[in-house]
Design a protein around this ligand. Structure first.
Ligand code: ZN
Length: 81
C-alpha cells in the first residue's frame, strides 16, 4: 500500500491496517486449529470474527485510498504520468 511516510495520518491509518492484517492472520490460524479439533460451534464463531476483521481491513483500505486522493493527489497520480 502506498502511503506518505512524512504524513502522520498516513502512518496512523496504515498502522491500523497493519494491525488488522496481523489480527486476520492470527484468527485465520485459530480457524485452522478449530477445524482440526472439530470443536462444537467454535469454527462458526471464528468465521464470524474473521468477517468482522475483513470488513475492518476493507474499511481502512478505503479510508487510506480516499485520504491519499484528498491529501496527496500528486502522489497518487505520480505513477500514472
Ligand atoms: Zn497522508
Amino acid at each position: 500500500m502506498e502511503i506518505v511516510e512524512s504524513c502522520p495520518e498516513c502512518r496512523r491509518l496504515s498502522g491500523q491496517y497493519e494491525t488488522a492484517t496481523i489480527e486476520w492472520f492470527r484468527v485465520q490460524g485459530q480457524l485452522q486449529i478449530a477445524e482440526y479439533s472439530r470443536a462444537e460451534g467454535l469454527s462458526d464463531r471464528i468465521v464470524s470474527e474473521l468477517t468482522v476483521i475483513a470488513k475492518r481491513r476493507q474499511m481502512l483500505r478505503e479510508k487510506i485510498e480516499s485520504h491519499m486522493q484528498e491529501m496527496h493527489p500528486r502522489t497518487v497520480t505520480a505513477s500514472n504520468s
